[in-house]
Design a binder for this molecule. Structure first.
Ligand SMILES: Nc1nc2c(ncn2[C@@H]2O[C@H](COP(=O)(O)OP(=O)(O)OP(=O)(O)O)[C@@H](O)[C@H]2O)c(=O)[nH]1
Ligand SMILES: [Mg+2]
Ligand SMILES: [Zn+2]
Length: 321
């Protein structure tokens, strides 16, 4: 039996589509039975995503009817995950499990909009912590600058740039920033992730008009998107350039972070953490804390420190990851 190697490009319930580089086609595959056995052991339907996600390299064989069977998932170079959302069926014995979004990613583009929906720095910090804890190359995109009458986008651009994050201001209307992103993407695998309606699919369409992704409206009443993109989808708009569009998410909670580690994922805290008296310091109430001193001395912004404290509370509430 001949085995081929391909990349998972999308998953629709039991159908796992594998992209074949040579023929540039998608092959509809199923997972070999042994995967299903593991799956049953997990007793949680959502966790199919645990062992097969978009971006995974797989070995598969072909059936006579040109469908395929996935025999093996190759080791991931990296993956981005979050806590599975709080919906029915998503928890098992009260535990919030890991949901892997995608794997083998070169650039993680955190997509936000300055308005419609409104820019939320606390949410950006959660995305950044998620990216840092997954060791991603994080880039912050602030979209819809054409709607920004108060010039708030330049304020946030300065803010995140000064922390050390590559930040790009974009508009799919004026095309600001589009060329800059396109240059970064070429020859790489990039993930676009963020809340619904911020313009992930629109940005990808501006970058590569021929892909023609479905774009939705913003709800008048909530000023949020309507969850237009429904499945994580990988495309290859130009040779060796892979992009992954994702459905907008409601909440973002990083997975698997311990209280005493959270500070390390706020990258500008690092140099001050060494100055804390206790090595288990959570930088919230402990005496002789290097981070708190740095906040008092204006070396760390209060805004980021507040974000940190807010996240720390949610970790404390959670007994399991
Ligand atoms: N004014 C303005 N509107 C934009 C811009 N980019 C996208 N939009 C609009 O925002 C709305 C949502 O865009 P989408 O691309 O569907 O957003 P998304 O992030 O893919 O949303 P989901 O698929 O639901 O996660 C559409 O009405 C777009 O026309 C922009 O730069 N400026
Ligand atoms: Mg979309
Ligand atoms: Zn401390």
């Amino acid at each position: 039996m001949i085995e081929y190697t391909g990349i998972i490009s999308r998953i629709e319930s039991k159908d796992v589509f594998v992209f074949d580089e040579e023929s540039k086609t998608e092959i509809r595959c199923s997972l070999r039975g042994k995967f299903k056995k593991d799956f049953n052991l997990k007793k949680d339907k959502l966790y199919q995503t645990d062992f097969a996600v978009v971006g995974d390299f797989v070995n598969y064989s072909l059936n006579q009817d040109h469908t395929g069977v996935i025999n093996k998932i190759l080791e991931r170079r990296n993956h981005l995950s979050r806590k599975a959302p709080k919906i029915k069926g998503a928890s098992y014995r009260g535990e919030r499990l890991e949901q892997v979004v995608a794997s083998n990613i070169d650039i993680f583009f955190i997509i936000t909009s300055i308005c419609s929906p409104e820019f939320n720095n606390k949410s950006v910090d959660r995305f950044l912590v998620t990216g840092e804890s997954s060791k991603m190359n994080n880039i912050l995109v602030i979209n819809k600058t054409d709607l920004d009458q108060e010039k708030l986008s330049s304020k946030w651009f300065e803010f995140y740039s000064s922390i050390g994050y590559k930040t790009i201001l974009t508009s799919t209307y004026s095309y600001e920033g589009i060329d800059e992103i396109r240059k970064m993407l070429i020859g790489k695998t990039s993930l676009f992730w963020g809340h619904s309606g911020v313009g992930k699919s629109s940005l990808l369409n501006s970058l590569f008009p021929e892909i023609n992704l479905h774009v939705g409206e913003i709800s008048q009443s909530t000023n949020k998107g309507k969850h237009t993109t429904v499945t994580v989808t990988m495309l290859e708009p130009s040779e060796n350039t892979f992009i992954i569009d994702t459905p907008g998410i409601r909440e973002i909670e990083p997975y698997g972070i311990k209280k005493e580690d959270l500070g390390h994922y706020f990258i500008e805290f690092s140099e001050y953490i060494n100055l804390c008296r206790y090595n288990t310091c959570t930088h919230s109430h402990e005496p002789n804390c290097g981070v708190i001193s740095a906040v008092i001395d204006n070396k760390i912004s209060e805004v980021r420190y507040e974000s940190y404290l807010r996240m720390l509370e949610t970790i404390e509430d959670d007994l399991h990851f």
